[in-house]
Design a protein around this ligand. Sequence first.
Ligand code: B12
Length: 260
Amino acid sequence: MTASASKATSEKTIVRPYGDTAGDGMVQMSFTLPLPHDKKAEGAALQLAKKMGIDPAMVVHAKAMGPDFTFFVVYGSVQHLVDLRDVHVIERDYPLLSPKEVNSVVKKVMRRPLVVVGACIGTDAHTVGIDAILNIKGFAGEKGLEYYSELTVVNLGAQVSVPDLVEQARIHKADAVLVSQVVTQRDAHLHNTREMSAAFREAFPAERRPLLVIGGPRFDESMTGELGVDRIFGKGTTPGEVASYLVHALLAERKTVKRS
Ligand code: B12
């Protein structure tokens, strides 16, 4: 790409999806209908797609999921435009540090290990996400927080109740509590997070409350205030991002937990 073409791309404010040719508006969507797989079911899928603004729409894949359901992939064009000036996202507002840098700041500023307590709460048994962040083997080529010599990690595992989490945070004098929520059925992740943050606020005076960090693939990162947590991490988070955030939040922005 030439310098001028690259500049034009970076200045773009209106974009449309790109399928076969630039700006043709082509999108692909998948869903399941509670109908047996036949011609009428495919017609129903097309009707849904058209009502969603995909027109013309094509059923490019349909597969029976047992006798009463059909899975569809629909491909077609939308007229909608995306205005980048109206796109608001949570950008990383802290520097990414290497494990060496994290250890060095913790050692210099805290003069003791930074204590992290992690868990999956409620009935959620999906531990792969929190383990990706905490376990030494890590994720996406990065070592997990257990690898950091100046971090003490207590991983409580799955299906931890909120009272147990609060108790463990107290016992271990946690500076930060890292909670994972993967199941979102009936907004379980939101209810559990609110219950957790309320419990910590009740159990700790403000200046002693550990930093509350929640993560999972279906969280909206802008909901921190609504959920009463300090930070939300979404899909694809890496351990280095979390370690860098902990240093930023605990050592740069707020005081660490006061020891009694
Ligand atoms: C593996 C898996 C399981 C395993 C879990 C094993 C284990 N020890 O974790 C088993 C087989 C036990 C399982 C069970 C169930 N599962 Co399941 N499971 C999955 C699956 C295939 C992969 C999840 C995963 O490991 N992802 C990989 C990790 C690395 O990604 P991640 O969790 O997103 O984590 C990353 C980020 O989100 C973030 N992150 C996550 N947590 C945290 C926390 C913090 C603090 C931070 C900073 C970051 C962070 O960092 C991680 C690294 O980037 C997903 C489908 C999918 N493809 O995602 C379904 C899925 C999550 N399961 C699902 C369901 C429904 C279930 C069951 C209810 C099924 C059933 N009827 O029994 C049970 C529930 C069990 C329970 N009590 O929780 C649904 C959830 C639907 C929903 N909307 O809620 C999914 C989406 C599948 C689906 N499409 O239906 N499951």
